[in-house]
Design a binder for this molecule. Sequence first.
Ligand code: NAI
Ligand code: PYL
Ligand code: MG
Length: 263
Amino acid sequence: MALLTPEDLENINKQLQEADSSVRKVTGLDIKGICKDFYGTTPCCEKVGIVPVTSGNGIIGSFSASLHAITGYFGFDSFVTDMPDVSGYYEAVRNGAQIILMADDNTFLAHNLKNGKIANNQPCTGIIYAEIASRHLKADSKDVLAVGLGKVGFPGAAHFVHKGFRVYGYDADKALLEKTVSSLGIIPFDPDNHSDNFRKFSIIFEATPCANTIPESVISENCVISTPGIPCAISKELQKKYGVELIMEPLGIGTASMLYSVL
Ligand code: NAI
Ligand code: PYL
Ligand code: MG
C-alpha cells in the first residue's frame, strides 16, 4: 500500500471543506449526505476510539490527529488513545469507544464493537469515490473511464458496473487488467490505441499511486475526475484548461465511508 505522509495530511480540515464543496457542486449533496443516502445509516452519538499503531513503518505524524479532525468534521465524538497498539486498544475500549479506527501499513479498519460490523478502507474508499462520480449531475453518458484497478480501484470499478455504467478500464499491469476485464465484464482501454484515444469521458475514476495517469485526449470539458489516488492524476494546467471538477482528498472521504458503513 502507498503510505500517506504528514505533508499529504496538512490542513486536513481545509482539504475536507474543499472536497465537500466539489462533491456538492457535482452531486447536489455533501459527503455526509452521500454516505447517509448510500449506506442508509445516520450517526447516533457513537464514540470513536482512534488507536495509533507502531508496527511496520510506524506512526505517521498527524495520521491519528487527522482522523480526530475528520471524525469531528462528520459529527462523531472521538478521542485518540495515549497508548498505541494493544495497550491503546484496551484503553479505547475501557474509555467507552464503540467504534475503533486503527491502521497498520496494510489495513486501515473501522470496527463497530456493538454490532460487529467491520470495514476496510480500500474498498470503502473505492466505492464512495465511484458513488460520488456516478451522481455527476451533468454527465453526458453512462460511460466511465477507470484508471488503476488495484485494491481501491477494483471495488470502485465494480461499483460502477453494478450501477449499470459502461466501464472502460485501464491498468498498467496487463495481467490484472485482463483478469478484471473477465471478472467484471468491463471494456479494456488502451491509451496507446488510436481509436481509444478519440474517446472522451465526462466521468473518470482514478486510483493509482502515480501522477499524470490520465491522457489529455480522454478528458471532456467540465468532466468529473474522482480520484483517491495520491499524488494527483492530473496537472493543474489540464484541470484549468478543461474546467475539470476534481474530487480528491487524502483520508476523510474514505474514512466517512468506513464509518457510515459500520453504523
Ligand atoms: P494498489 O497498488 O492495490 O493499486 C494501484 C494500481 O494502479 C495497480 O494495479 C497498478 O498496476 C496501477 N497503476 C500504477 N501506475 C499506473 C498507471 N500509470 N496507469 C494505470 N495504472 C497504474 O494500490 P491501492 O491500495 O489500490 O491504492 C491506490 C492509491 O490510492 C494509492 O495512491 C493510495 O495511497 C491511495 N489511497 C487513497 C485513499 C484516500 O482516502 N484518498 C485511501 C486508500 C488509498
Ligand atoms: C489509509 C491510507 C490511505 C492511503 N494509504 C493508507 C496509509 O497510509 N496507510 C498506512 C497507515 C498507517 C498509520 C500508522 C499510524 O499512525 O497509526 N500505523
Ligand atoms: Mg494518482
